[in-house]
Structures are given as structure tokens and as C-alpha cells.
Design a protein around this ligand. Structure first.
Ligand code: AMP
Ligand code: MG
Length: 496
């Protein structure tokens, strides 16, 4: 499809149109020698975008040309956020732009958002760019999580450039177009709630907060419009989606790293990737972010930070709900998270029923992974690929604490029998729930170093493997290996 064949309704601008007072119209700033390096073909196709935009010159014309359809109505969104526990009203799209919205083939609205688009009024003296390293990391992680079944924004394409940018050292700028059902963050609602006359009643919505709530209900929760309490139902939905998302992170060993409320999506998707990491060895208190000196966003704290963030977000519902309604809604977070965590975790053992016996067996296994520390992902994957219990028992040789291993295996076998699961079904389930390849920082680093030298072939290869993480046939040995001891658990800085 060429631009002339692009249906007029394909690119929509509901946010720019209906919330004009909450945005600043602005175009992307031309970047030096841009080169389209990676395209997410299945995603592109599902969005119904013109195929001829996949040509480098054509896409750049769409991004930077004066009469382009793609950027005709691009805007920077205003929001705020609690960063490391402190309220910051000065945030907004400082280096990203909402280009437009499209409806994908499943009828789901998707934003097209250009990250690294150049300065905006919210850039706060920074350059408005993203470095190649961080765009590659976002591409890798969002695709890895997507294929593991974890809700996330997605990467549509990556554009490298020869434009120098300065972080801890000189680097090259790059851009990423990403998709998400919207870019509405907790911080949008917080900002327009707190942006009120000092001393004004918290029970009265400012006109902008009212507009934002109306817009969000109309476009993202239309099914709730007829409900007696649409705002309460919306809050409950966001709480439940956030709880299930964080449970999923805890199950796969993913540490987001910067759970500021401006990085939390109202759709319960993983969003705004920074110094994230999957841990290698099982480290409950792992901190992936080098700048997080107090470990506020450490792995074990993600569930309680999720609730903290929801508390901050829920304040914006004060004009619409009573304090009791908000408190009762927040009380639903923990049980939903725990139940989903148990469900997903037991799936990794091929079990479907959350019984006391199953939970005790799971606790034994987690203990086994900790002392001495073992690679989290491979330890689970090793439970797959066995023909009988005897073969599974041979894993024993791999464990130092044999007494604990035997205790766990006995408990596991008893639970499998109690749940009446035959061994081959058990193996099929284990195989489908435990990836053979997860995103490892040391492999991501190798991919980045090659790309910085102009070689993107490793990035393509890693993305290919990460797109079928449960399929043993696609396994490429070099990406399956855990890191050497000295490369384990490296923390990364926030600068990106
Ligand atoms: P982040 O740490 O990427 O979640 O960004 C936090 C805030 O800083 C957001 O308002 C960003 O838009 C802004 N920001 C981060 N990096 C840059 C940059 N290089 N130029 C302008 N604004 C930025
Ligand atoms: Mg952010």
C-alpha cells in the first residue's frame, strides 16, 4: 500500500484533537544520516501500515518531510510523576512524540510513538535524543517479554544515525517507533489532579482532569460507560492489570529498574524500558539500576512499589470516588497479585491447582535455587525434556544440597500424583512454560557492541531466537548460555 492508498481514517489523532490543551504540537527534529535497521514485520502488518514506508528514504520522508501524513499532527504529551518517591510535576514527552493512532487488525487502538525525536518543551535542557544502546535494549526486551506472553509496549522499527550525543561518553543517537494501546501513564492523571489552585477542594475535578478521565473512559474503557460507577470500575481494572503484570515479572525474573509513576502504564503493560534486567542467578533482592542506591526498585520490592504507585495514582480519583471506594479498590491488589503469581509459578512445574502441597513444593524449589545460588532460568528449563521420573531424578547430580533436592523431588512427585497428571502431559506443560532462551544482559551487551560498530546481524539473530523462546529447535547455543561469574548481575545506569 502506498500513501495514496492509505485510507484517510487509518491514521487517527484522538488524543491531539480531544485533549488539545494537554499537549504541545511539535514535529520530529531531523537527525543526521538516519538508517532504518530493524523492522518488526508481523507488527507492521498487523497495523496495516503501507509497506512502501519500509523503504529508508520513504520512511524518513514520512518522519521529517513537511507534508507527511505520519507526523501531520504529532504532539508531545504533558505528564508528571513520582520519581523515587518524590513528586515531580516537570515531566512530559522530553524526547518522544505521539505521532498518531491506528487501529490494528484485532480492532485494538495502538499509538505510534517516536522515541528520540528531538527536543520538546518538556526536555528540560536535555537533547531530546535516545542512544543506540537504549533503543536496542528496549527493542530486545519488549519483544522478549511479548513472546513470553507478558503484556508490554512493542517495537515497530529501529533507526540508527550518525548524530553524536553525549552521555557518560560520546555515543550515537537512534530512534525507535513503538506501539502501545496508549501512552497514558499514572503520571498523566497525577499531574492534572495536582495541577490545581492551592487550597482548592480535592473533591472537585479541574476541567483538564475531567477531560482526561472522560477521554480515557470513552476510548480505552468504553465497556464501562454504562456502569453505575465507571470510574470505580476503571480503577479496579487498572489495579488488577497492574497486579497481574507485576506477578508475571516476578515469575519470569524481570527487574524493571525504574518503577517511577511516569513509567507505569494504565494498561498494565511493561513500559519505558531503562536499566531493566532479567537476573541470571536467583537473587530475590537484585537491583539492576546502578543509580538506585537504596534499592527502592529491587526485584523483591516490585509488588509493594506497584501498590505504592497505585496509591499515588488513585488520588486522582478523589473527585470521582469516596475515600472508602478508593481504599477498598486498592485492597484488591494484593490478593490478585498473589493468586496470579501462584498460578503462573505452578504452571512452570506443569501444575494447574494451587494446593497447599503445591505451594510447599514450590517453596522448597525456590530455597534450592538460593543456597548455593543457581541460574534461575536454566534451573526451570532443566525440568523439561525428560522421559520419566528416573531421568528427572538425574538432575540431582547438578545440585550441591542433595538432601534438599530429594525433599523437593519427593514433594513434587507426590503433588503431580495428587493432581493426577501423567508424566508426558507434565513434560509438555513444563516445556511450554519454561523458556530455553531469555534475554541476558551479557548477550544484549554483545549485540549492542556489534551494532555500535555497524553490524546489526547479531541483533537480528537474537531477536529471532527471542521470538520463539519455548521452541527448542530454534535454540542457538551462543544465546542460551548464562554469563561467566564476572559478568553476572551487572547493574546498568539510568542514562539513556
Ligand atoms: P525516563 O528516565 O526515560 O523515563 O525519562 C524521564 C523524563 O526525562 C521524561 O520526561 C523524559 O522525557 C525525560 N528525558 C529523558 N531523557 C531525555 C533526553 N535525552 N532529552 C530530553 N528529555 C529526556
Ligand atoms: Mg519514562
Amino acid at each position: 500500500m502506498s500513501e495514496s492508498q492509505l485510507e484517510p481514517h487509518t491514521l487517527q489523532h484522538t488524543y491531539a484533537d480531544e485533549l488539545a490543551e494537554l499537549v504541545t504540537p511539535i514535529k520530529p527534529t531531523v537527525i543526521y544520516q538516519p538508517q532504518l535497521q530493524v523492522i518488526n514485520h508481523p507488527l507492521w502488518e498487523s497495523l496495516g501500515l503501507p509497506v512502501d514506508w519500509q523503504d529508508n528514504d520513504t520512511l524518513m520522508q514520512q518522519l521529517f518531510g513537511s507534508h507527511s501524513a505520519l507526523t501531520a499532527r504529532s504532539v508531545a504529551q504533558k505528564y508528571g510523576g513520582h520519581q523515587f518517591g518524590h513528586w515531580n510535576p516537570q515531566l512530559g514527552d522530553g524526547r518522544g512524540l505521539l505521532l498518531c493512532e491506528v487501529e490494528d487488525k484485532h480492532g485494538q487502538r495502538q499509538d505510534l510513538h517516536l522515541k528520540g525525536a528531538g527536543p520538546t518543551p518538556y526536555s528540560r535542557h536535555a537533547d531530546g535524543r535516545a542512544v543506540l544502546r537504549s533503543t536496542i535494549r528496549e527493542y530486545l526486551a519488549s519483544e522478549a517479554l511479548y513472546h513470553l506472553g507478558v503484556p508490554t509496549s512493542r517495537a515497530l522499527c529501529l533507526i540508527s544515525s550518525n548524530e553524536p550525543v553525549y552521555r557518560e561518553q560520546p555515543e550515537k543517537a537512534a530512534m525507535l517507533i513503538r506501539t502501545a494501546p496508549s501512552h497514558l501513564r499514572f503520571g498523566h492523571f497525577e499531574y492534572f489532579y495536582h495541577d490545581r489552585e492551592p487550597g482548592s477542594a480535592p473533591e472537585i475535578a479541574t476541567p483538564k482532569l475531567q477531560q482526561l478521565m472522560d477521554y480515557t473512559l470513552t476510548h480505552h474503557f468504553p465497556q464501562l460507560m454504562e456502569n453505575q460507577y465507571p470510574h470505580l470500575q476503571m480503577l479496579l481494572q487498572i489495579i488488577a492489570d497492574t497486579a497481574r503484570l507485576i506477578a508475571h515479572w516476578q515469575v519470569i525474573g524481570f527487574n524493571h529498574g525504574v518503577m517511577n509513576t511516569d513509567n507505569m502504564s494504565i494498561h498494565g503493560i511493561t513500559f519505558d524500558y531503562g536499566p531493566y534486567a532479567f537476573f541470571d542467578d536467583f537473587e530475590p533482592h537484585y537491583v539492576c539500576n546502578k543509580s538506585d542506591h537504596q534499592g527502592r526498585y529491587r526485584f523483591s520490592q516490585q509488588p509493594s512499589i506497584g501498590l505504592w504507585n497505585l496509591n499515588a495514582f488513585a488520588q486522582a480519583f478523589r473527585p470521582f470516588l469516596s475515600v472508602e471506594q478508593i481504599t477498598e479498590a486498592l485492597d484488591t491488589f494484593e490478593p490478585i497479585l498473589v493468586e496470579h503469581y501462584h498460578h503462573l509459578m505452578l504452571k512452570r512445574f506443569g501444575l494447574t491447582e494451587t494446593t497447599d502441597g503445591a505451594l510447599a513444593m514450590m517453596a522448597l524449589f525456590m530455597k534450592l535455587l538460593q543456597n548455593p545460588k543457581r541460574d534461575y532460568h536454566n534451573s526451570f528449563r532443566q525440568l523439561a525434556g525428560h522421559k520419566d521420573w528416573h531421568s528427572l531424578m538425574s538432575l540431582r547430580d547438578d545440585y550441591v544440597n542433595i538432601v534438599l533436592f530429594d525433599e523437593w523431588l519427593t514433594a513434587f512427585k507426590a503433588e503431580v500424583e495428587a493432581q493426577h497428571v501423567d508424566f508426558s502431559t507434565l513434560q509438555e506443560r513444563i516445556n511450554a512454560a519454561n523458556p530455553h532462551t531469555v534475554l541476558r544482559n551479557h548477550h544484549a551487551q554483545a549485540v549492542i557492541e556489534a551494532a555500535e560498530e555497524g553490524d546489526f546481524s547479531l541483533l537480528h539473530a537474537y531477536l529471532d531466537v527471542l521470538s520463539s523462546p519455548f521452541d527448542e529447535a530454534t535454540k542457538i547455543k551462543r544465546f542460551a548460555s548464562p554469563p561467566a561469574t564476572q559478568d553476572k548481575g551487572i547493574a546498568l545506569s539510568c542514562s539513556s
